[in-house]
Design a protein around this ligand. Structure first.
Ligand code: SF4
Length: 390
């Protein structure tokens, strides 16, 4: 990690009021009584990481993800922000995002988180159709999303992103278009679209296996993606990453771009992933194990005190990540200059065969600055491109 390379912090908040049927994230319902101990544990992890990793790099993005970070009391978010500011050199213009469930966004909470330093919100809208939200087991209604956006705007948080899911059983092209149009009518700075993936062990998977719901139809899912591309482009949105659109280049997610550019980030909290000093880490996923690890004094002497996995990276692993993640960025692609600067060799010297094959198959192309780009009409089979680099 270079001395002045900006750093990002990810804080995982693994609490949800209830579980959505499609979700396999590391999050738990009914464990809210653990929140006070959890907050203390994350504070300890922040301070220990600062001391032992000697991370003096300026922090330019902070992301509270989950789970449901908006379930935390505003005072808890404030305390975490204060601890972070004490421990790290947080840039004045840092992007500070909190994921929010529209059901939680009352006017007071939004004002208080703004006061704590949150300047960007990622709102889990998911759909504008009440029946779809019920099918997804979401606890909010479409009206709640509208109210949440009003509260965000009144509090001055105009930099907000809306998440939508497509390819859900029973979702129609008509309802999908309506969700997109409703989202656009709320004037978000950013939109993230996620194709439903049916994960093992989820209630959704069981309902499909029992024949209660139809499995997702890949062709219809692809059509929905194409429809979204057209609608968002017509509205002036910049399609900058496979699943992400921004109103302007300035409001692209700085935090997620850190991942796609393979720049360093520290993962804090249960199940959080990190990547600093060429070491990838994953913390204990169970809330109780994480809290226990942070309460053990002997763990306070190790660089990654809550990690269950610590995987040093080789240069080749980092080169592969650079290509795979860089190609997700549709405008800038995998930059040849940054590659050369970082690894002191060219992309062609390392991945000559892969690049040749992908160009021949028409899956990638050179952009105006000789950067490699995923071909837009091949996004739906982008996994074939990424597999080449593994
Ligand atoms: S609110 Fe989000 S994290 Fe929680 S269960 Fe639903 S999808 Fe998963």
């Amino acid at each position: 990690m270079l001395m002045n390379e900006p750093l990002s912090l990810y804080l995982h908040i693994p609490f949800c009021a209830s579980r959505c049927g499609y979700c396999d994230f590391n999050t738990y319902a009914g464990k809210e009584s653990l929140i006070p101990d959890y907050l203390k544990a994350i504070q300890a992890e922040i301070l220990i990481s600062r001391d032992l990793l000697v991370l003096n790099n300026p922090v330019h993005s902070i992301y509270f993800g989950g789970g449901t970070p908006s379930l935390l009391p505003a005072a808890g978010i404030n305390t975490l922000m204060e601890t972070i500011r004490t421990a790290f050199d947080v840039r004045e213009d840092a992007e500070v995002t909190l994921e929010m469930n529209p059901g939680d966004a009352d006017a007071d909470l939004v004002r208080q988180i703004r006061h704590a330093g949150i300047n960007r919100v990622s709102l889990g809208m998911q759909s504008a159709d009440p029946r779809e939200l019920t099918l997804m087991d979401r606890r909010h209604t479409p009206e709640k999303t509208l109210e949440a956006v009003e509260h965000l705007k009144s509090a001055g948080i105009n930099n907000f992103s809306l998440d939508l899911i497509y390819g859900f059983p029973q979702q129609t092209m008509e309802s999908w278009r309506k969700s997109l149009e409703t989202a656009l009518s709320l004037d978000p700075a950013h939109i993230s679209l996620y194709a439903l993936s049916v994960e093992e062990g989820t209630p959704l998977k069981r309902r499909i296996e029992l024949g209660q719901l139809d499995p997702p139809d890949d062709d219809r899912t692809a059509e929905m993606y194409q429809a979204a591309e057209e609608i968002l482009e017509k509205d002036g949105f910049l399609h900058y990453e496979i699943s992400n659109w921004a109103r302007t280049a300035e409001v692209q997610s700085r935090h997620n771009t850190q991942y796609w550019l393979t720049q360093p980030y520290l993962g804090l909290g249960a199940g959080a992933h990190g990547n600093v000093y060429h070491i990838r880490t994953k913390n204990h996923t169970s809330i109780e194990t994480y809290i226990e690890a942070m309460q053990k004094a002997e763990n306070h002497k190790t660089g990654f005190p809550a990690a269950s996995e610590v995987i040093p990276q080789t240069e080749l692993m980092e080169m592969q990540d650079f290509m795979i993640l860089g190609l997700r960025l549709l405008q800038t692609g995998a930059s040849p200059e940054r590659f050369k600067q970082r690894f002191s060799v060219t992309q062609e010297e390392i991945f000559h065969y892969q690049i040749e094959r992908l160009l021949a198959k028409g899956l990638i192309e050179y952009g105006p600055e000789r950067q490699l780009l995923l071909r837009k009409d091949r996004i739906f089979i982008s996994n074939q491109v990424f597999m080449e680099f593994i």
